[in-house]
Structures are given as structure tokens and as C-alpha cells.
Design a protein around this ligand. Structure first.
Ligand SMILES: NC(=O)c1ccc[n+]([C@@H]2O[C@H](COP(=O)([O-])OP(=O)(O)OC[C@H]3O[C@@H](n4cnc5c(N)ncnc54)[C@H](OP(=O)(O)O)[C@@H]3O)[C@@H](O)[C@H]2O)c1
Length: 222
């Protein structure tokens, strides 16, 4: 039975990932922040762990509880958007908080778990088209855009650094999805986006490592 670790799995895309992988027969290790909010993810068939990915102590405790488990896929899904975001109104603390959660934490999570990787050895992160410099025609959203662009670079660096260990790293773009973050006007539902990203992950090989891939399978520009 393949095993996946998913961060931020209590709601939104993370919860949908947990549902779909569990329904497909995977062992799903799912993290949430609030231990009182684990019902949806345990009902989905996942094993629930508590972790704030931006907190080094919390991450160390998660690593200790997973001990010598083997992971086929490590999925950095947890993320925040942050506010305010417009030019002239970016709050320094908020900008740094978004960088910590969306860019630094996936690196620290990967560092914590890389030695447990087995099987296809995929380390993925849910990035965003908003992190694409090539695609940016509308500006704004400084913290989120900068953090997802930094996340993309983290994944590209890890593709180089972890190649010798046979680890493949992938930046995923889910599209614009109806979740708490995406809002009600988003065109995509979570099951469709997650099914697409799962198909991407199921099909990647070493030559895809360090790529930015949309939920529909198309490769994206940085
Ligand atoms: N929805 C979209 O259209 C869209 C588009 C592009 C990219 N994304 C990315 O997709 C990922 C999932 O987003 P979503 O739409 O599902 O958003 P969401 O509904 O707001 O869910 C975000 C998840 O991240 C968790 N989280 C936030 N900070 C965390 C931390 N410090 N430690 C651990 N978990 C943390 C949240 O946990 P709590 O419940 O404890 O807050 C929640 O489970 C994010 O990385 C987001 O940037 C989303």
C-alpha cells in the first residue's frame, strides 16, 4: 500500500487529496493544525497528525511521531494567502508570514522527511499560477505571488539537490478552485482539480523533476 503525507489536510484541497488517495487504497497521513478539527479528515479514511508547518517544534514532533515510516509521496499542500497585498499597503509582518508558510515551510518539511522517501519518491507542493513570473500581467498580491515564486525556486533547487537520492520534485498548479481560499466564484471544484493533480503525480518520472505542472497536465512557464 503506497503512503502519502499531506499537510494542511483539514479542509479545501488538502482534505480532497486525503479523500481521493484514501478511496484509492493509499495509506494517508494527513496533518491538521487544530486537533479538534480532525473529524472530516479521519472520516475520509486518513490517519490524523497535528502539525503547524511554520513551527519548527511542531514539525519536529511530527517527524518523531512518524518515526521510521516510509513515504512514497510527500505533498506540501498547506498554504495561506495573507492580507493586505496591494502596492503601498503590504504589511511587513504579513508578507513575512506568507513567505514562512508558503515558501520556507515546504522546504523545512522536505528536509524533515526526505530520508523517509521510498517508491516513486515524489516531493510535491501545491504552488499557484500566481507564483509564475511569466504569467503575471495583473500585479498585486505581493506576499502570495512572491511566496509561491520562491516556492517554485525551492522545488527547482531540490530537484537538483535530491536527484542523486532518486527524489522527484514537482510544483503543482491546481487552477482556481472553490475553497475557502479560492472563494465561491472560482470555476473549478476541488474534486476535479485534485483528480487532475493526482493524475499528474501518478505520471511523473525523473525527467519531470523540477517542473511546474498544471492540474490538466500541461507544463507551465516559471
Ligand atoms: N484554491 C485555489 O484556487 C488555489 C489556487 C492556487 C493555489 N492554491 C494553493 O492550494 C493549497 C491549498 O489551498 P486551499 O485552496 O485548499 O486553501 P484553504 O481552504 O484556505 O486551506 C488551506 C489549508 O492550509 C492549512 N494551513 C495554513 N497554514 C498552515 C500552517 N502554518 N501549518 C499547517 N497547515 C496550514 C489550513 O489549515 P487550517 O484549517 O488550520 O487553517 C488549511 O487546511 C495552498 O497552498 C494554496 O496556496 C489554491
Amino acid at each position: 500500500m503506497p503512503t502519502i503525507l499531506i499537510t494542511g489536510a483539514g479542509r479545501g484541497l488538502g482534505l480532497e487529496f486525503a479523500r481521493q488517495y484514501a478511496a484509492d487504497g493509499w495509506r494517508v497521513l494527513a496533518t491538521i493544525r487544530d486537533p479538534l478539527k480532525g473529524k472530516a479528515v479521519s472520516d475520509a479514511g486518513a490517519e490524523v497528525y497535528v502539525c503547524d508547518v511554520a513551527d519548527a517544534g511542531s514539525l519536529a514532533r511530527l517527524r518523531a511521531s512518524l518515526g521510521g515510516m516510509k513515504l512514497d509521496v510527500l505533498l506540501n499542500n498547506a498554504g495561506i494567502y495573507g492580507e493586505p497585498q496591494g502596492f503601498g499597503a503590504v504589511a511587513e509582518d504579513e508578507f513575512l508570514k506568507v513567505m514562512r508558510v508558503d515558501a520556507l515551510a515546504p522546504l523545512k518539511v522536505a528536509e524533515a522527511f526526505a530520508d523517509l522517501m521510498t517508491g516513486p519518491k515524489i516531493i510535491a507542493a501545491v504552488s499557484s499560477m500566481m507564483g509564475s513570473i511569466a504569467d503575471n500581467t495583473t500585479g498585486g498580491s505581493y506576499g502570495y505571488r512572491a511566496a509561491k515564486a520562491a516556492l517554485n525556486m525551492v522545488l527547482k533547487c531540490m530537484a537538483v539537490d535530491l536527484a542523486a537520492q532518486g527524489i522527484v520534485t514537482i510544483a503543482l498548479s491546481p487552477g482556481w478552485v472553490r475553497t475557502d481560499m479560492g472563494g465561491a466564484d472560482a470555476p473549478l471544484d476541488a474534486p476535479t482539480s485534485v483528480a487532475g493533480m493526482r493524475k499528474v503525480l501518478a505520471g511523473v518520472s525523473a525527467q519531470d523533476s523540477g517542473s511546474f505542472i498544471h492540474y490538466d497536465g500541461s507544463h507551465l512557464g516559471w
